[in-house]
Design a protein around this ligand. Structure first.
Ligand SMILES: C[S@@+](CC[C@H](N)C(=O)[O-])C[C@H]1O[C@@H](n2cnc3c(N)ncnc32)[C@H](O)[C@@H]1O
Ligand code: SF4
Length: 352
């Protein structure tokens, strides 16, 4: 699965920021050199070392002999006629498809970038098209960061501004933990993506050791845990690999996170007609969550194969009503757009 970090030339988008600083110190470059370099790459989209000295005064002795940084090849941009969501299809050097989505936000001109962390996904969730991709591997940090830079440049060319980023595209971010966190650090860095940590969310299907690691490391990105269902029986059917860990253990890790952060943990729940939106499901959710402070996000399933259908408006209203009684905590409907161009949650598969 894993072919990132393959020991090629030094790439500042691929290494922890302290490594770049140490490199600058080792060649006697001034303290601001790493900042200038990150700003040239991430803020100005300049990937050619020849221009770093000329345009951004990065000392030659820091970047001498570096080859131009590799980029993902942008093959296609599609725009949803329904809601303006945009999907970018990239091709990696080893011919893998990677998709990224630009999500229009309520604030005029503001967009969020939905990033992929893997090609394909081994978690095999029944309702997710990414799980059915044949090719699979972790993305390198630079491949994650370059999705962001290219999506940001597209948004800029349209007069829009990236104000948020979610790791909710292809793949399970916590199976590629180190690289996703490194990318998050670069996107948060004031000389890099300059995003606020509160405007970044990482979504996981519920890998307990990594949730605990994320909590222990006091990561400042927001965390969203995708439940699938509230009982082990239903999770075995819908999120089979994740269900190897009992849902009570996932919830216990969510509680530890909420307590350490002193804030609600986000739980997301894909709503599927006839499968997980009954009164009994709401009751199971209430029992599972108890008094752990959560925000419960409901997402309509999108399934171009037609196997899974979203609940009707009435069924969803009844489920929300049941959640009010059994859970009694904030319930939010998360809009998953771009269905007409296969840009909706769980439909990214490099094929649309
Ligand atoms: C594609 S996943 C990627 C992040 C991570 N692997 C996870 O599962 O949380 C992002 C979100 O999409 C949801 N999702 C997956 N397939 C979906 C589908 N067919 N319809 C609606 N949401 C879906 C997941 O439950 C998750 O909340
Ligand atoms: S929903 Fe998330 S964890 Fe499940 S297969 Fe899709 S990307 Fe992987």
């Amino acid at each position: 699965m894993d072919r990132a970090d393959d020991g090629g030339p030094f790439d500042p988008r691929d290494r922890p920021i302290p490594e770049l600083i140490a490199r600058a110190e080792a060649v006697g470059a001034p303290a601001e050199a790493p900042r200038r370099l990150l700003s040239a790459i991430l803020q100005h989209g300049e990937h050619d070392p020849a221009a770093w000295n000329r345009r951004f005064h990065v000392p030659r002795r820091l970047v001498a002999d570096w080859p131009p940084l590799p980029r993902l090849a942008l093959e296609r941009v599609e725009t949803s006629a329904a809601d303006g969501f945009q999907k970018l299809l990239f091709r990696t050097a080893d011919a893998m498809a990677v998709e990224t989505v630009l999500i229009p936000l309520h604030k005029p001109g503001a967009v969020s970038v939905c990033l992929s962390s893997q090609v394909g996904c081994p978690m095999a969730c029944a309702f997710c098209a990414t799980a059915r991709m044949e090719s699979r591997r972790n993305l390198a940090t630079w491949e994650i960061v370059d999705q962001w830079v290219q999506a940001r440049d597209l948004a800029r060319s349209q007069g829009r501004r990236v104000t948020g980023t979610v790791f909710m595209g292809m793949g399970e971010p916590f199976l590629n933990y180190d690289r996703v966190m490194r990318a998050g650090d670069l996107l948060r860095c004031p000389f890099g993506g300059a995003l606020s940590a509160k405007a970044m969310t990482v979504s996981t299907v519920g890998l307990v050791p990594e949730i605990d690691r994320f909590t222990r490391e006091r990561r400042t990105m927001r965390l969203s845990i995708s439940l699938g269902a509230a009982t082990d029986e239903k999770r075995a059917m819908l999120v089979p690999v994740a269900s190897r860990t009992p849902v009570a253990e996932v919830m216990a890790a969510a509680r530890r996170h909420a307590e350490a952060r002193r804030q609600r943990v986000m739980l997301s729940y894909v709503c599927i007609d006839g499968l997980n939106v009954g009164e009994d499901d709401a009751e199971a959710i209430g029992r599972l969550v108890g008094d752990t402070p959560v925000r419960f996000d409901l997402i309509d399933v999108t399934d171009p194969t037609g196997r899974f259908r979203p609940p009707s408006a009435e069924a969803l209203a009844a489920f929300r009503d049941a959640l009010t009684r059994h859970l009694g905590q904030p319930v939010v409907r998360r809009y998953s757009g771009g269905a007409d161009i296969q840009a909706a949650c769980g439909t990214l598969a490099g094929t649309g």
